[in-house]
Ligand binder design. Structure first.
Ligand code: CO8
Length: 261
């Protein structure tokens, strides 16, 4: 496995654990880290031994404290646009990864860090995590799709409040508004993320991937097209061994033995 300067990666019994690792800058996303993440995601997408992915940050203080401000400071308008487009491309890759992706948010998830968490399928927050889009305090707007994903997750009104004020909210408030799926004690964060990953991995793997694709694709379609897409995906499930196994196990009153085929 390739060694990365700003990331750690381990395949732990089917759970791919990505740790964003720039603790000296609270894991702020610089270009090098984003490029490494981009390459690693390609490797993971093609590796069927990775069934789920957890993304977390190194240390106890930060998940990701945003895009690297020292790198952004001198950018021209064109460079800013290109930097945003690259980050958006990498975050789309997370969203479109075939495997389910869980963000284990261990601390500050600000700006690009909140945007990274939102590109994941599910978010578990430590009770010490803090979320926000503080870009307006720096003279910019969110640029890694925060204006789009935040409003889709928590609604327009709450998204605008966070984006206009730059306020930082705690994990409980993030849970209350639907930004995170669950809050756990900081000491339980990784165990909780792993337990969720393991539960997903115990289900029919192809069905889980198709479910992810159906929700993602449907979000960008009108209802009629979305449900038509769902019918296609539903039909595909009947071409899998797991569908026969899952339903046979139900009829035989035993636990299903899925093989992701
Ligand atoms: N970029 C670069 N360095 C950072 C960042 C960052 N985003 N955040 C923290 N650091 C560095 C600090 O400079 C400091 O370095 P040093 O020790 O060398 O002085 C070190 O990390 C520790 O940070 P602090 O001393 O500030 O720690 P505190 O506990 O006092 O404060 C905070 C923690 C509140 C998280 C504080 O560090 C902070 O406010 N950070 C910036 C948060 C922020 O504004 N993030 C949003 C950035 S903008 C963004 O993400 C836009 C995304 C889209 C980009 C589109 C491309 C154009």
């Amino acid at each position: 496995m390739t060694q990365y300067a700003n990331l750690l990666f381990a395949n732990d019994a089917g759970i791919g654990i990505i740790t964003l690792n720039r603790p000296q800058a609270l894991n702020a996303l610089n270009q090098a880290m984003l490029q490494e993440l981009d390459s690693l995601l390609d490797v993971i997408a093609g590796d069927d031994t990775v069934q789920t992915v957890i993304i977390t940050g190194t240390g106890e203080k930060a998940f990701v404290a945003g895009a690297d401000i020292t790198e952004m400071l001198p950018l021209s308008a064109l460079e800013g646009r290109n930097w945003a487009k690259f980050g958006q491309k990498v975050f789309n890759k997370i969203e479109q990864l075939p495997q389910p992706v869980i963000a284990a948010v261990n601390g500050f998830a600000l700006g690009g860090g909140c945007e990274l968490a939102m590109a994941c399928d599910l978010r578990i927050a430590s009770d010490k995590a803090k979320f926000g889009q503080p870009e307006v305090t720096l003279g910019i707007v969110p640029g890694f799709a925060g204006t789009q994903r935040l409003s889709r997750l928590v609604g327009k009104g709450r998204a605008k409040e966070l984006i206009f004020t730059g306020d930082i909210i705690d994990a409980q408030e993030a849970y209350r508004i639907g930004l995170v799926n669950k809050v756990t004690a900081s000491s339980d964060l990784m165990a909780s993320a792993r337990a969720l990953a393991e539960k997903i991995m115990s289900r029919a793997g192809i069905a889980v991937r198709l479910g992810k694709a159906a929700v993602n694709e449907g979000m960008d379609m009108d209802l009629e097209s979305g449900i038509a897409y769902e019918a296609e995906v539903f039909g595909l499930c009947f071409a899998t061994k797991d569908q026969k196994e899952g339903m046979t196990a139900f009829v035989e009153k035993r636990k299903a033995r899925f093989t992701a085929q």
